[in-house]
Design a protein around this ligand. Structure first.
Ligand SMILES: Cc1cc2nc3c(=O)[nH]c(=O)nc-3n(C[C@H](O)[C@H](O)[C@H](O)COP(=O)(O)O)c2cc1C
Ligand SMILES: Nc1ncnc2c1ncn2[C@@H]1O[C@H](COP(=O)(O)OP(=O)(O)OP(=O)(O)O)[C@@H](O)[C@H]1O
Length: 327
């Protein structure tokens, strides 16, 4: 997939394009349905399939105090978009200039002039342009003048509602704190288990001394699931060299050891030594929520509980192995 980071990077002789615009955070099942239509139509019309997205997420500029933590950091999101098979993604820097563009200006400069759009596909609730003034009706009107068709898509539903990035964020944070099954719901909406991508950090050394040895992940600006203990896998490294370990993870403040100090730490099963550098890529995947974090009276009491967590996680993996389709 080609990635263009500004309008000026696009080839001058605009190819015909079938386009979809949005943030696509997490590239969930709703996004993938719209993207699949874009690809199908691009193929039929002998045009390129392209997504237009924004960096940073518009909310960072528009509502800085309420900007959501992202399900997927931008580089990983671009990999997910590439995996859908799109020909290209245009990542427009979302800045003061762009935020003031009217819907009409956006349609004319980006869709028509820069991309040579022949069709534009969006969910029917789609809004765009300064102050969210434009919607599907605007796109249809503009399309008549500019020579593209606007195709609204019915919302893709799952687990009793329309799929959206904000719904998935809510499932993984406030809902998950009180309803462990919210993790499975988020998985159904995403079409894959939720994971975070980071690098290793140093622990305080308490784990090895008093509880169980763990790998900590570096402080992370994206979205993390609600504090608590989870069954997880940890992929260490990238490409053919990567190693996958099963384990249990605590995301929380570790109250047993005194003052709050937030960490995400994973105890790996069947660990074999691997060299970790500061920049070794880690992907931590959250499979099942086991419990909330607790303050224990002693490190020994915590250790006993962690052994119970490990047993439950091993039962989870044994069952998933049993249910996994055989080659
Ligand atoms: C599976 C698991 C569950 C944990 N549960 C709790 C808990 O409920 N309460 C708590 O205070 N700490 C919990 N911890 C965190 C330990 O306190 C932590 O491993 C220890 O503070 C080590 O920190 P360090 O790696 O920075 O040395 C848990 C850790 C793991 C791996
Ligand atoms: N469930 C869905 N069904 C159909 N189209 C969808 C669905 N979710 C999003 N879309 C469409 O995909 C495109 C990109 O969506 P975008 O990422 O901006 O929205 P979103 O997932 O609803 O996120 P948020 O919750 O942050 O608004 C838009 O055209 C949007 O209307």
């Amino acid at each position: 997939m080609k990635i263009y980071r500004s309008l000026s990077e696009l080839p001058q002789d605009a190819a015909r394009s079938v386009v979809t615009i949005g943030n696509f955070d997490g590239v969930h099942c709703g996004h993938r349905a719209v993207i699949a239509s874009v690809q199908e139509r691009a193929h039929a019309l002998n045009a390129q399939s392209i997504a237009v997205t924004f960096d940073p997420h518009p909310a960072v500029l528009l509502r800085p105090d309420k900007a959501p933590k992202l399900l997927t950091p931008t580089p990983v999101n671009l990999e997910l978009l590439a995996a859908t098979g799109l020909d290209a993604t245009l990542v427009l820097p979302f800045n003061e200039e762009l935020r003031h563009w009217t819907a009409e200006h956006f349609a004319r400069t980006v869709l028509s002039e820069a991309l040579g759009a022949v069709e534009v596909h969006e969910g029917e609730e789609f809004r765009f342009g300064y102050d969210r003034q434009g919607g599907m009706a605007t796109l249809m009107d503009m399309g008549r003048t500019l020579g593209f068709e606007a195709h609204p898509h019915q919302p893709v539903m799952a687990r009793g509602g329309a799929i959206s990035s904000s719904r998935i964020r809510a499932l993984l944070t406030e809902n998950l704190a009180t309803r462990p099954q919210a993790l499975a719901e988020a998985r159904a909406l995403l079409g894959r288990p939720f994971s975070v991508h980071s690098t290793p950090a140093h622990g305080r050394g308490f784990g090895t001394k008093y509880a169980v040895p763990t790998i900590n992940i570096a402080s992370y600006s994206g979205l993390l699931p609600a504090n608590g203990v989870y069954v997880t896998t940890l992929r260490i490294g990238a490409g053919a060299e990567a190693k996958l370990f099963r384990g249990v993870t605590n995301a929380g403040n570790r109250p047993t050891f005194g003052e709050d100090s937030f960490a995400v730490e994973t105890h790996l099963f069947g660990f074999e030594p691997v060299t970790l550098f500061e920049d070794t890529p880690l992907e931590l995947t959250f499979l099942l929520r086991l419990r909330s974090e607790q303050k224990f009276d002693s490190p020994d009491a915590l250790k006993t509980q962690i052994f119970r967590d490990v047993k439950r996680a091993q039962r989870y993996f044994a069952l998933s192995d049993l249910l996994a389709p055989r080659p």
